[in-house]
Design a protein around this ligand. Structure first.
Ligand SMILES: NC(=O)C1=CN([C@@H]2O[C@H](COP(=O)(O)OP(=O)(O)OC[C@H]3O[C@@H](n4cnc5c(N)ncnc54)[C@H](O)[C@@H]3O)[C@@H](O)[C@H]2O)C=CC1
Ligand SMILES: O=C(O)CCC(=O)C(=O)O
Length: 528
């Protein structure tokens, strides 16, 4: 039987040779299909290979009745509807390493062009203007580069900028003091980074948490004359706020390879003399394109013939027998991870997962991966999934321990998750109640009984008459309905907790109002 593979974006000829030379594969290259044509054509294909141009929408996936795998020749998979692929049992693989070097080099090229106004000077000269006065630049040496997102590309950029004798200050939720010291970089919060930097470069994925990470308020904190580089994803920087910051001379210049809407022609930022730009060229080198095409071709071929993939981005297949026994706990394990990560302060160094009761008798590795995914998702978004969760934790220097114990505290099954940071240890435990579904039964040392669903608010407060009432009436004043409420305390008059389920997610302002009430130590909104 021959597998049919469709390549719908231009990929390196050399890179797709592994597929073209495979006896059991027929390759069709069609790089000019409209979305409608692709939605029709796809139904005959077992695999689809794309770069970033093709938008693999739910509609296309829905029509792809034979499709088994989508290969993305690059890192970001934001052009693929991952949920739809997972729902339709289509595995998505990417090529995360092949373009790191190119993207880092492009960032450096943009940084240097920005500092020395090379594109502007070139443009003037092309227009017959020998203008040296308007194109005086600044040196990089001795300046501070703020790196937000110190993953594969961010770390390469930091190392290269050190070669330019720049000082580096970075923020990444997985950056510890030890790692920073080893890399010779200073570290701090986003606020610290933007306050201290002369140049700022972003290298995070585009996630809910990173959308408009650099916004009107962040620009206000920056030094006057700061310069900004974005070779990661449009949307990490709020384009309207950037425009305003340039026009008001807060920002002296910006180098952009990516935009919120691409292709970005007629963009207002491109009208500004201070902005230099490229049309999403970070990965556009012969080497990167060959690397990513080879990696993804090999992975697709391997998956079609053996069912195994090296770089899966969405759900893997779990053997049916294991799945049948552990499937009911999947939901609970991920929710416990999400819940806990929201309560955690500081950089995660250790995750301990304790299985007891019935759970101590089954293979729990997929649950462990699922729990880690829940914990890491907040910062890694689509980059973390069940397959790569353990690998991601290891890459971030997090130790994961899995233990089976006998301490099920009277429950027939108990799953307890503990996270350690330099700030302390936080834990949460849950169980599956026969016929009633999942419950969170313990938060740190407090016993609770909570369905892990919906909009939760976790409040730490002083055990004092009136504290609970003040929270209730503050929410009532804002027309926010409380569905359930749990309270617990360690000792009379000591620290206590409230866990509320409410009918909507609290916004920043609403959280702030609760936080400012008397006897309240901290308020966290959690969406499960
Ligand atoms: N312009 C282009 O052509 C290219 C763009 N990219 C983009 O570059 C970005 C980075 O790619 P990689 O380094 O390969 O990914 P990566 O996954 O290795 O690194 C991303 C880092 O961002 C960190 N992060 C997540 N949330 C954060 C937050 N709120 N604040 C600070 N850091 C946060 C993560 O912990 C991680 O270390 C991605 O968006 C990718 O799509 C990648 C290749 C080429
Ligand atoms: O395929 C491309 O050129 C875009 C590369 C990219 O943005 C990525 O790999 O995330």
């Amino acid at each position: 039987m021959k597998f049919k593979v469709l390549i719908s974006d231009p990929l390196s000829e050399e890179g797709i040779l592994p597929l073209k030379e495979a006896e059991n594969v027929e390759v069709v290259v069609a790089t000019d299909l409209s979305p409608d044509e692709l939605a029709k054509t796809i139904k005959d294909f077992d695999a689809l290979l794309v770069r970033s141009q093709t938008k693999v929408t739910r509609e296309i996936i829905r029509n792809a009745s034979k499709l088994k795998i989508i290969g993305r020749a690059g890192v970001g998979v934001d052009n693929i509807d991952l949920d739809a692929a997972t729902e339709h049992g289509v595995i998505v693989v990417n090529a995360p390493d092949g373009n790191t070097n190119s993207a880092a080099e492009h960032t450096m090229a943009m940084l240097m062009s920005l500092a020395r106004k090379i594109p502007q000077a070139y443009f003037a000269l092309k227009n017959q203007k020998w203008d040296r006065k308007s194109h005086v630049g600044v040196e990089l040496k001795g300046k501070t580069l703020g790196v937000i997102g110190l993953g594969r590309i961010g770390a390469e950029v930091a190392a290269r900028a050190q070669g330019q004798r720049m000082n580096i200050i970075a923020y990444d939720p997985f950056l510890t003091a030890e790692k920073a010291e080893k890399m010779g970089v200073d570290y701090g919060t986003v606020e610290d980074v933007v306050k201290k930097a002369d140049f700022i470069t972003v290298h995070t994925p585009l996630l809910k948490e990173t959308k408009h990470l650099i916004n009107k308020d962040t620009f206000k904190l920056m030094k006057d004359g700061v310069q900004i580089v974005n070779c990661a994803r449009g949307g990490i920087i709020d384009e309207d706020a950037l425009y305003e910051a340039i026009v008001t001379k807060k920002v002296a210049g910006a180098a952009l390879d990516v935009f919120e809407e691409e292709p970005a022609v007629n963009h207002k930022l491109l009208e500004l003399h201070e902005v230099i730009a490229t049309p999403h060229l970070g990965a556009s080198t012969v080497e990167a394109q060959e690397n990513v095409a080879i990696d993804v071709s090999k992975d697709v071929l391997n998956f079609l013939t053996t069912g195994l993939a090296r770089n899966p981005v969405n759900l893997p297949s779990v053997p049916k027998e294991i799945m049948r026994r552990i499937e009911p706990y999947f939901h609970l394990s991920e929710k416990l991870g999400i819940f806990l990560t929201n309560l955690t302060e500081g950089v995660i160094e250790e995750i301990n997962i304790y299985y007891s009761g019935e759970l101590a008798e089954v293979e729990v590795a997929p649950l462990t991966r699922n729990t880690i995914k829940g914990i890491l998702k907040k910062h890694l978004g689509e980059h973390v999934n069940d397959v790569n969760a353990s690998y991601m934790a290891e890459k971030k220097g997090i130790t994961v321990n899995e233990q089976k114990t006998n301490t099920s505290k009277g429950f027939t099954n108990l799953l307890k998750v503990e996270v350690k940071t330099k700030e302390g240890t936080k834990s949460v435990a849950g169980t599956l109640l026969n016929g009633l579904g999942a419950r969170i039964v313990q938060v740190d040392t407090y016993s609770v009984d909570l369905v892990p669903e919906g909009h939760l608010v976790f409040i730490r407060h002083k055990d004092q008459p009136g504290a609970i009432g003040r929270v209730g009436s503050t929410l009532a004043d804002q027309q926010i309905n409380i569905a359930t409420m749990q309270v617990g305390r360690s000792n009379v008059g000591g620290e206590a907790i409230m866990l509320l389920t409410i009918d909507k997610h609290l916004d920043e302002q609403e959280l702030e109002q609760l936080d400012q009430l008397a006897d309240i130590y901290g308020v966290t909104a959690i969406n499960l």
